[in-house]
Design a protein around this ligand. Structure first.
Ligand code: ATP
Length: 297
C-alpha cells in the first residue's frame, strides 16, 4: 500500500462456560478454577487503521457510549502493550462495534483485547507466535490467552492454563442477558467455597469427546450460580423459559448474569428467543452457534 495506510477488520469472539468449578482460594486472593470454555460465533467487530506517524499514537471509537474509550479500554491497553514493546511509531485507530453483552460473563473485553493483539501482530509484521501472544495477553487479563486460543478448551489455574479439547458438537445457542448487572468481585467475594456442589468436569470432557450432547448437558454446572442466582432471581426465570421451550440444557455463563440455552434445532431456538423477548426480562437475546477452530494441539 503505497500511501502507507493500512486497514483491516478482525473479530473478537465471545465465550460461554459449559462448566465452571472453583477449586480453592489462593493466597494471592485469586481462585483456582476448572472451567470448560467454548467460543461462540457472537462477536465484536474490530477495524484497525494504521497511519504513518513520527510518534506512537493510539485512538479508538466505540459503537456504544457506555464503554470508556480511554486508556482503561482493553483495546487501547492491548495496542499499547505491543506498540511499546516493539517501539512502533505509527498512529493506530481502532473502531469497535460491540455485539457481546458488556460485563456479562462472556469475556467481551478479553475477546477485544485478543483481537487487537492478533490484528497488530499481523498488520505490523511482529512475527509473534500464538503462544507468544498468549504470554503477553495474560498480563492484561486471565481470559485473554483463551480468547487467543479459541474453540473448546479446559482452563485451569486462574483460567490461563489451557488444554485444547475435542470440538463441542454444534447446536444453536440462545444467549439472554437481563438488564441487571453483577460484578465479578461481588460474586467471588461472596462464594462459600466449602459449601459448593462441584460439577463433574472430567465427565463433561468425556461427553465432549464422545460428541454426546445429553452427557454434556447432564454434567453442566457453574458454582458461581450459588451467589449470582440468589442476588438476581431473574436468572432462574430466564432458565425456566429456556427449558419450557425445549432447551437441552440452560445455565449462567461465567459470573453472570448472561444465561445460555443449548437447543436441539433452530426452530426451537427461535421460539425460545421470541418468548424471552416477549417476557421483558432481557435486555438482549441472540441466537448464535458454537465457533470452533481447526485442531492445533
Ligand atoms: P469475564 O467473562 O472475563 O468476567 P465479562 O464478560 O464479565 O468478562 P467484560 O464485558 O469483559 O466482562 O467487561 C468487564 C469490564 O471491563 C467492563 O465493565 C468494562 O468497563 C471494562 N472494559 C474495558 N474494555 C472493554 C471492552 N473493550 N469491552 C468490554 N468491556 C471493557
Amino acid at each position: 500500500m503505497h500511501s502507507g495506510v493500512l486497514f483491516m477488520e478482525y473479530s473478537g469472539y465471545s465465550k460461554i462456560n459449559l462448566g465452571l468449578d472453583v477449586i480453592r482460594k489462593r493466597e494471592d486472593g485469586y481462585h483456582d478454577l476448572r472451567m470448560i470454555m467454548q467460543t461462540l460465533q457472537l462477536r465484536d467487530l474490530i477495524d484497525i487503521d494504521i497511519y504513518p506517524s513520527d510518534k506512537m499514537e493510539i485512538e479508538m471509537t466505540c459503537s456504544v457510549d457506555t464503554l470508556p474509550i480511554d486508556e482503561s479500554n482493553l483495546c487501547i491497553k492491548a495496542a499499547k502493550l505491543l506498540m511499546e514493546e516493539f517501539h512502533v511509531n505509527k498512529k493506530v485507530v481502532i473502531h469497535l462495534v460491540k455485539n457481546i453483552p458488556i460485563a456479562a460473563g462472556m469475556a467481551g473485553g478479553s475477546a477485544d483485547a485478543a483481537a487487537v493483539l492478533e490484528g497488530l501482530n499481523d498488520m505490523l509484521d511482529l512475527g509473534l507466535s500464538k503462544e507468544e501472544l498468549m504470554k503477553r495477553g495474560v498480563k492484561l487479563g486471565a481470559d485473554i490467552p483463551y480468547c487467543i486460543m479459541k474453540g473448546t478448551a479446559l482452563a485451569e489455574g486462574i483460567g490461563d492454563k489451557l488444554t485444547r479439547l475435542h470440538p463441542m458438537v454444534n447446536y444453536p445457542i440462545v444467549i439472554a442477558k437481563p438488564p441487571e448487572g453483577v460484578s465479578t468481585a461481588f460474586v467471588y467475594g461472596n462464594l462459600k467455597i466449602d459449601k459448593l456442589e462441584h460439577p463433574d468436569i472430567d465427565a463433561m470432557i468425556t461427553a465432549i469427546d464422545k460428541e454426546d450432547v445429553e452427557g454434556i448437558v447432564a454434567t453442566m454446572g457453574n458454582v458461581l450460580e450459588s451467589v449470582t442466582v440468589p442476588a438476581l432471581p431473574v436468572i432462574d426465570e430466564i432458565k425456566q423459559i429456556m427449558m419450557k421451550y425445549k432447551a437441552l440444557g440452560s445455565m449462567m455463563s461465567g459470573s453472570g448474569p448472561t444465561v445460555f440455552g443449548i437447543f436441539p434445532n433452530e426452530h426451537q431456538a427461535s421460539k425460545a428467543s421470541s418468548a424471552l423477548r416477549r417476557s421483558d426480562l432481557c435486555e438482549k437475546v441472540v441466537i448464535t452457534y458454537v465457533y470452533n477452530v481447526s485442531e492445533d494441539r
